[in-house]
Write a protein that binds this ligand. Structure first.
Ligand SMILES: Nc1ncnc2c1ncn2[C@@H]1O[C@H](COP(=O)(O)OP(=O)(O)O)[C@@H](O)[C@H]1O
Ligand SMILES: [Mg+2]
Length: 261
């Protein structure tokens, strides 16, 4: 019996490549044999430079991309066999994702409430729109929202079903610092109340330092380092400190030529 909420074992995803790669077969390995786990109530930061394989990993965890090998176990169930059941208690948000364009914010959120069988949908939507300061926009069409407003509406969508596992792929990209600060505080509050687990990717190291108790750093599809923001700072920068400095860790790890873990 597993005590982990999510277990990823030896996950590998290859894409066809028009460019001849070092693998030489017109194939490119975006996620290369990675393993990690997430405990209940844990917030894990998934870090890595552009093209490192973060979004591909998240898409494998959602089951929208089928890995070439490896396994994903969520709530003790095999994702390949029990995807529908698992996805009732998982949700996802990315600043790149769009709610249906032509619907109003309220209508779009209502559609997702139905998909997730959310009880008291109207109340749930109002509660979250209030928390994310979107009440005034509830009757606006999604296509009329600014990028930052859309990103906030996506966050609301991702919380509708009170997920046990929330996958956030650069959720705050394009939000201004004030909204990011509010968004982070809200997410932490909701996470504390619900005890949900979160995987969070961002290029903003401040965001990760605020939310993540554990960080997994990937590059070229491989896990390069893992630990709390402070542990990683001490380990990678080889210094005694009480303050995490993930920005510097990010730069060092991205430029490092050594072998992954
Ligand atoms: N559908 C796809 N087909 C081919 N290559 C892809 C596809 N999706 C992602 N890739 C490639 O896989 C690598 C990892 O991409 P991605 O997971 O989006 O990185 P990240 O989210 O860390 O920036 C990149 O080199 C990207 O070009
Ligand atoms: Mg990405």
């Amino acid at each position: 019996m597993t005590t982990k909420l999510l277990e990823v074992e030896n996950l590998t995803k290859k894409f066809p490549s028009s460019v001849k790669t070092s693998e030489g077969k017109g194939e490119f390995t975006a996620v290369d044999d990675i393993s990690f786990s997430v405990s209940a109530g844990e917030i894990v930061g998934l870090l890595g430079p552009n093209g490192a394989g973060k979004s591909t990993t998240i898409n494998c965890l959602l089951g929208v991309i089928k890995p070439d090998s490896g396994s994903v176990t969520v709530f003790g169930m095999d994702l390949q066999k029990k995807r529908t059941e698992i996805m009732q208690k998982v949700n996802y948000c990315s600043a790149e994702y769009n709610l249906p364009w032509h619907l109003t914010v309220y209508e779009a959120l209502l559609v997702f409430c139905h998909l997730y069988s959310v009880k008291n949908a109207k109340e749930r939507i109002s509660e979250l729109l209030g928390l994310f300061e979107l009440e005034d926009l509830r009757n606006k069409a999604v296509r009329e929202l600014s990028f930052g407003q859309r990103a906030r509406a996506n966050l609301v969508k991702s919380l509708l079903n009170r997920p046990r596992l929330l996958l956030l792929d650069e959720p705050m990209a394009s939000m201004d610092p004030d909204i990011v600060d509010k968004g982070i505080k809200l997410l932490k509050k909701i996470q504390k109340e619900n005890g949900m687990s979160i995987i969070y990717t961002s290029h903003n190291m401040w965001e990760i330092e605020q939310v993540a108790s554990n960080v997994i750093f990937i590059n070229h599809g491989k896990v390069m380092a893992q630990g709390s923001p402070l542990e990683l700072t001490k380990q990678e920068l080889k210094l005694e400190t009480k303050e995490p400095d993930l920005r510097e860790v990010f730069i060092r790890l991205t430029r490092r030529k050594e072998k992954p873990l």
